[in-house]
Design a protein around this ligand. Structure first.
Ligand code: GLN
Length: 542
């Protein structure tokens, strides 16, 4: 088995510890290659057994990132899209669970009749099929594959074995292996230590792979003697020892990697032409990010605030939108469970804007509703995303329409006023994995609305991940009282966006705008929300 196209493959593994930033290194390398005119995509293979991260608690795995085609994927795909301004798909994230599911489905179908189905070759063949799938579309010059987890983990063994085989299949100059590792600094000895890296590289060698490039995470610059030692003991060229210093922002990493000539090393091994990358736009973005002329404070009210990774894309969208407005956006995460009608003013009055976050289940719902009542009544700019939008509808129904006990049937199945409810086709669904309304749906924006003003266009497509919907039975009443349906799904008639007539900036979206914000294309709703917050702040001053 092997890739028939001329695509080149880069494999990124990690050692010593998890959370070293393989995703950011992969995305940065992708950016540097893309900046030289190569067409690049990045995929992640995850060694866990869930079919996808859709059923994982955000505390376990951070945000679940949804692609246009409705795949629930690892949050690293968000970085790939944000850095490269590309769209990814189901094919960009494959887990052990999916690999085994595919192999077992084939076994039941009889594809292996007469054979014992084994890890090698059946599982490794299936892994390799997924390594090469995107490359074989012919759309990419280079495919970067990030292998999740750590070298030495039991569960990553079949993946590393498949990488070893892939190198054989691909032949020379089509394959690069990058190993990301940690160089710890021992305070007491005043020294950077290379031993954990030596062991990790050795482990990788035992599993059949000699790394070509060593990327070393470190809090301090690597002196020449450390680089030489690493090159000698890890069997790599001296200029293939790449220093990856801790960065102030992840968006500095492409520039740091460019200085260390990571892409040059890759291109040398792949025998591809080495030109200078065009990083003009990226540098302009960094310039705006680092030299803000204004500053605003935004509160994000959500349920999983202890773990910022749970709302990764929201945090990144504020960075993009802040840079677009040359504004520093300070985000404060507020636990929805701590908010109520009595303390909402104290907790929220100092902010220039409030975002109420997506979420599932009952916990923290009433806090979100209290926060929304306060910002609605005090003209504080508000953006509600998914559950945040649903809570805005509930709040308005209860406090403006006077519909006592109005609720979502997710929280109260017996409510007299199910202003947010399940659609008929969702009522029959019992399985939890992959059964929500997922992926990109078209939306028509109401002409002349605030939403229209923010987007600057009338037809949009945005990504969804939810079961419950705005209940159209209440649409007329809500509109009459000033909550306008400013975005409608043209096929189903479902309300996808609401806004308030008598409020300077109050928009709720059933979809997740944060999943489409990139460095190159900051999301228009976030850009407009930051503008709204700036205007609100100026109004306070005058
Ligand atoms: N729990 C809500 C639903 O399923 C909202 C989901 C979300 O915020 N992503 O409809």
């Amino acid at each position: 088995m092997g890739s028939k196209s001329s695509t080149k493959y880069i494999f990124v593994t990690g050692g010593v510890t998890s959370s070293l930033g393989k995703g950011i290194i992969s995305a940065s390398l992708g950016k540097l290659l893309q900046g030289r005119g190569f067409s690049v995509t990045i995929q992640k293979l995850d060694p866990y057994i869930n079919i996808d991260p859709g059923t994982l608690n955000p505390y376990e795995h951070g945000e679940c990132y949804v692609t246009d085609d409705g795949a629930e994927t690892d949050l690293e795909l968000g970085h790939y899209e944000r850095f490269l301004n590309i769209t990814t798909s189901q094919d960009n994230n494959v887990t052990t669970g999916r690999i085994y599911h595919n192999v077992i489905t084939k076994e039941r179908r009889g594809d292996y009749l007469g054979k014992t189905v084994q890890v090698i070759p059946h599982i490794t063949d299936e892994i390799k099929r997924n390594f090469f799938k995107l490359g074989e579309t012919g759309k990419y010059d280079i495919v970067i594959t990030e292998i999740g987890g750590c070298v030495g983990d039991i569960e990553s063994l079949p993946f590393i074995e498949a990488v070893r085989q892939a190198k054989q299949d691909l032949g020379p100059h089509n394959f690069v292996s990058i190993h990301l590792t940690l160089i710890p600094y021992l305070e007491a000895a005043g020294e950077l230590k290379t031993k954990p890296t030596q062991h990790s590289v050795k482990q990788l060698q035992e599993e059949g792979i000699q790394t070509d490039i060593l990327v070393c995470r470190s809090s301090y610059p690597l002196p020449m003697e450390i680089r030489k030692k690493l090159a000698l003991f890890c069997n790599v060229q001296l200029n293939s020892v790449i220093e990856a210093l801790d960065a102030k922002t992840i968006y500095d990493v492409p520039i740091l990697m460019s200085k260390e000539k990571l892409a040059e090393r890759v291109l040398t091994i792949l025998k591809l032409p080495k030109s200078q990358p065009d990083l003009e736009d990226w540098k302009n973005f960094l310039g705006r990010l680092k030299n803000p002329t204004e500053e605003i404070n935004i509160a994000v009210v959500g349920k999983y605030v202890e773990l910022p990774d749970a709302y990764k894309s929201i945090a990144e969208s504020f960075i993009h939108a802040g840079a677009a407005n040359e504004t520093k956006v300070n985000v404060k995460w507020i636990s929805s469970e701590t908010v109520d009608n009595k303390n909402a003013e104290r907790l929220l009055k100092s902010f220039d804007g409030v975002l109420v976050a997506p979420g599932f289940g009952e916990r923290g719902i009433e806090g979100k509703i209290s926060a929304i009542q306060y910002v609605r009544e005090h003209n504080i700019p508000f953006l509600g995303i998914c559950l945040g939008m649903q809570c805005a509808v509930i709040e308005f129904s209860r406090n403006v329409l006077g519909l006592k006990g109005a609720a979502s049937t997710e929280i109260n199945t017996k409510t007299k006023h199910p202003v947010i409810d399940l659609m008929e086709d969702q009522k029959k669904v019992t399985a939890k994995g992959g059964t929500m309304r997922l992926g990109a749906y078209d939306c028509d924006v109401k002409k002349g609305s605030k939403t229209h003003h923010a987007y600057g266009k009338l037809h949009i497509s945005e990504r969804h991940r939810h079961r419950y919907e705005f209940n159209n039975v209440y649409k007329k009443q809500l509109q009459k009282a000033g909550m306008v349906a400013s975005g409608i799904n043209p096929k189903s008639g479902l309300v996808e966006i609401i806004e308030l007539e008598d409020h300077p900036w109050f928009i709720g979206t059933q979809f997740h705008p944060e999943l489409k914000s990139t460095v190159q294309n900051p999301h228009p709703l976030f850009v407009s929300f930051v503008k709204g917050a700036l205007a609100f702040k100026k109004g306070k001053r005058n």
